[in-house]
Ligand binder design. Structure first.
Ligand SMILES: [Zn+2]
Length: 908
């Protein structure tokens, strides 16, 4: 899924409201010799292969197919299983085993899934017929157990012999009595006809309020919302696709797939694989036949249905499609930026061409995640869908999400995590693809800047001690989609790359992919691939980073002995160790020693002690010693440099992180030297450092002020221009009005326009109001907020219709700010009729379940704020009226989370 944990994660009200969380993505059997059910004496491999399974062991370096004795599980697997569990006298003895989420045990292998589906919009149901091709995994059996959640089952039978099999169904598992015993060489097909009822969850044992894992979603099903298209789409990860088709809903399952979707002719459909045919039916519907002939995991199955504009593109001989709402058709290529170039880049970098028959990308409404890597058919949330000016601000977000989901097509779809405990084998790679793309397209500074925020995200999330990256002890599989699996996983891959070198890193990835293609994986398989390529033992690296938890905390200090001609670096590891966080990390590091001219000499060290001093020849005092010169280490460092050394680092060390750290440390001192460095940083080659320099800029200094004015007009990065404009406005100098007016130009990104409007309102309110009038109909959220700020700042009755009209569209996080401004505007004017009319509007939104949770909450909160306003004015009658209204809204609210939050408004 889209690590929109950071970028790809999405705002979801229930878990957010106050805390934002993000997210944001073949039925080939795994080779049986790796499963725990492996017989002691392996069956000759040739028998496995004749069962029609892909020849997973075909690579030359695999054990000889005719010599099965060599295919016994490698000793390393069993050895490694216990590698991180060290005896610890502090462990509280328990009478039960620690929680352990084992990988799914196979009784059957699902070989092929054929689905025929039609839809009942009114009831939000799907009518399905599933034909599944199966065979026992190893042991003979007369029972078949399938995941099938909350269905009405109509009939179960063998193909060609409908409805003759007995079954038991508990609303979650369908257990079919096959009537005879099948062995692993027997392939058979069962047909199940059923109705999927994703919106009728009460019968499933859940509450109707649980909306994030229902698998199949009907959007604006009754068409009541004129501003929202009708859509059907699915979200399978983690195990939700079994809400709309019966399957073995586990990531280590894989099968090929056919899908027949019958829809009204006006709708486009999308599914995995290629569209083989589209047949019009006599009743005005159309049946689209999609086929995926390469095996993939059931959680990667998808469909999306809606009235889309489909823009076609091509990479090599692979067809590409961009599905967007019609009004965004002209921006489709920019919404999914550089798709062909990325496919080429990743294919070349990995030495493994994109392995699927097509690549489609679709935006859906009300998506429950950031984006999802459904094989060959990626779903994205509507945040991606922006016009050209919006994309001037946000194109990097779109690029990162597109890269993330695309890279999953190798790491996630081609090789798939064996279980959710190993999720980082999907998400760590997808996360790191963002680095690879940025580095390729914009250079290492941009990539390092991105990586820095990824690491910060992880470090913040690990404040509670964190968890092992590979985590069999999780309580809830959904909790694995966090800043460990994503951010830390990506950071560790970056360290691995730095450790083994670029050539070995990409050769290692290539070997890992080739060896494990169309199978599921654990981290050991990654390690073995890298060990084969590098010739090195890498257990030390994998044990501390993949199987351990935490990260090093380093205190780094420096000394120089003139008489001995030696410089020393002392590094102390201060992290708190526990049974999973190492007391001592094994850390190979690069150290650069600089002479006064700025020339560096590189030394390699290996930190293997809790505290260790390294000595280097240095007849003259080094101007700077830079530890971890590649700035690849995931650690918290306290580097004890002098201000002169930090300034030297800013000016001479090559990495983005060097300059960032230098500014961060110098900022605290406010010395003349720091002032000089910050002045230089206003011209840094990377925008983030110019931005940082702006934050410390002294506008009383005329030279600085001139530089900021120049940035406000012409810095290439919109964020920097917007910040510079905001700073200039603090001078309240009318001389800058033309700069701000230029920022309101029709070609400017929204961020610059919003900042310019705010700046104008500070310096010249008349000019601001005139400018706002011209853009009152702009629908961009940021612009609407800027105008609302302006109108709330100098409240006039004439703005009321505008506030009411815009309120109809405000959603998500922006809704909170908007309603806050709206309420401020209303209470400042304090017009009774206007207040009543606003309350009515708020109430209508709160009571209408078609509005998003965000919108309902923001509107209810607005009513509560007005109630508080009346209380403050001692207008008890009005306050009481609104209190009753709030109680009524709470009473009628069906969402349990929202109901709970509404309780907060009832406090006196
Ligand atoms: Zn992902």
């Amino acid at each position: 899924m889209s690590n929109f944990l950071n970028n790809m994660r999405i705002l979801s009200l229930p878990s957010v409201m106050l805390a934002v969380f993000l997210l944001a993505f073949a039925c080939t059997p795994k080779t049986a010799e790796q499963t725990t059910a492996t017989p002691v004496k392996p069956v000759p491999a040739v028998e496995w292969d004749t069962l029609g399974k892909p020849l997973m062991g075909a690579e030359e370096d695999y054990a000889d197919q005719n010599n099965p004795e060599e295919e016994v599980e490698p000793e390393e697997y069993t050895f490694m299983d216990e590698a991180v569990v060290t005896p610890d006298s502090d462990i509280v003895r328990s009478d039960t085993l620690r929680p352990y989420n084992a990988s799914h045990t196979f009784e059957h292998d699902l070989i092929h899934t054929k689905l025929e589906l039609s839809f009942d919009w009114a009831k939000k149901r799907a009518n399905g017929k599933a034909t599944l091709t199966l065979r026992p995994w190893f042991y003979a059996t007369d029972k078949l157990s399938l995941d099938a959640k909350n269905f009405d089952i109509h009939a179960v039978g063998f193909e060609g012999n409908k409805g003759t099999l007995k079954y038991a169904y508990d609303n979650e598992k369908l257990v079919i009595d096959l009537g005879k015993t099948f062995t692993r060489s027997d392939e058979y097909k069962v047909v199940i006809t059923y109705t999927a009822k994703p919106d009728e969850r009460e019968s499933f044992g859940g509450s109707a309020a649980i909306t994030s894992d229902k698998g199949l979603y009907f959007i604006n099903a009754d068409g009541a919302d004129p501003d929202k298209p009708r859509q059907i789409w699915t979200q399978g990860e983690t195990e939700s696709n079994s809400f709309w088709f019966p399957t073995v809903d586990k990531p280590n399952e894989r099968c090929t797939q056919e899908m027949y979707l019958t829809v009204e002719d006006k709708y486009k459909t999308l599914s995995n694989g290629v569209l083989v045919s589209a047949k019009k039916n006599s009743d005005g519907t159309r049946t689209d036949y999609w086929k995926m002939d390469k095996p993939h995991a059931p959680y990667l199955f998808m469909m999306a249905i809606g009235e889309y504009a489909v823009v076609k593109d091509k990479w090599r001989n692979i067809p590409l499609e961009y599905y967007v709402e019609p009004k965004y058709e002209q921006y489709a290529r920019d919404i999914f930026p550089y798709t062909p170039e990325m496919l080429e880049f990743f294919s070349k970098k990995l030495g493994y061409d994109y392995p699927w028959p097509k690549y489609s990308q679709v935006v859906v409404r009300d998506y429950v995640s950031g984006a999802m890597e459904n094989t060959s058919a990626v779903i994205f949330g509507e945040f991606m869908q922006q016009d050209k000016r919006g994309l001037l601000d946000n194109h990097l977000t779109n690029e990162k999400v597109v890269a993330h989901e695309m890279f999953h097509h190798w790491f996630g779809d081609l090789v798939t995590t064996e279980s959710w405990a190993n999720l980082t084998l999907n998400e760590g790679f997808a996360n790191y693809s963002e680095y690879l793309w940025l580095e390729h397209k914009y250079g290492r500074d941009e990539a390092d800047f991105h990586e820095y925020s990824e690491r910060q995200g992880y470090i913040y999330s690990a404040l509670d001690g964190g968890r092992p990256l590979i985590h069999f002890g999780y309580e809830n599989r959904e909790s694995m989609f966090d800043a460990h699996s994503y951010n830390k996983g990506g950071a560790i891959l970056h360290m691995l790359r730095t450790q083994v070198g670029d050539d070995a890193f990409f050769a290692g990835l290539n070997r890992y992919l080739k060896r494990n293609e169309f199978t599921d994986v654990e981290a050991h398989e990654l390690r073995l691939a890298f060990e084969d390529v590098t010739g090195q033992d890498l257990n030390w690296f994998f044990n501390q980073w993949f199987f351990g938890s935490g990260h090093p905390n380093l205190e780094i200090s420096y000394d120089w002995d003139e008489t001995a001609g030696k410089a020393t670096v002392t590094i102390a590891q201060t992290q708190e160790a526990n049974k999973e966080t190492p007391y001592i990390y094994d850390l190979p590091l690069q150290v650069d020693l600089y002479d006064a001219s700025g020339k560096a000499r590189r030394e390699s060290i290996r930190l293997t002690k809790r505290s260790q001093t390294f000595s280097f020849d240095a007849p003259a005092k080094p101007a700077l010693i830079n530890v971890d010169a590649e700035k690849a280490l995931l650690a918290i460092k306290n580097d004890q440099h002098t201000p002169e050394e930090w300034a030297f680092m800013y000016r001479h060390a090559p990495q983005w992180q060097d300059r960032w750290d230098a500014l961060g440390n110098l900022k605290q001192g406010k010395s003349e030297l720091a002032g000089q460095v910050f002045m230089e940083a206003l011209r840094d080659k990377h925008w983030s450092l110019r931005q940082e320099a702006l934050s410390a800029a002294d506008l009383d200094n005329t030279e600085v002020r001139a530089a900021v004015a120049k940035m406000a007009e012409s810095d290439p990065k919109p964020e920097v221009r917007a910040t510079a404009i905001g700073m200039l406005s603090q001078t309240e100098d009318k001389a800058y009005v033309p700069v701000f007016e230029k920022g309101m130009g029709a070609d400017q990104p929204y961020s610059v326009m919003g900042a310019s409007l705010a700046a104008l309102s500070k310096v010249s309110p008349e000019a601001a109001l005139a400018a706002a009038k011209k853009i009152e109909n702009d629908e961009n959220e940021g612009i609407v907020i800027s105008i609302a700020e302006l109108y709330a700042g100098s409240p006039e009755a004439s703005a009321f219709p505008w506030f009411l009209k815009r309120a109809k569209k405000m959603d998500n996080m922006a809704a909170f700010r908007y309603y806050e401004l709206f309420v401020g505007y209303l209470t400042d004017l304090n017009d009774p009729a206007m207040l009543d009319s606003a309350v009515q509007a708020f109430q209508a939104v709160s009571l209408d379940g078609n509005n998003s949770l965000w919108r309902r909450f923001a509107n209810t909160k607005a009513i509560a704020d007005l109630r508080n306003f009346y209380r403050g004015n001692e207008n008890t009658a009005k306050a009481e009226e609104l209190s009753l209204l709030l109680a009524d809204i709470r009473e009628k609210e069906k969402d349990e989370t929202l109901k709970m939050y509404y309780g907060m408004f009832e406090q006196p």
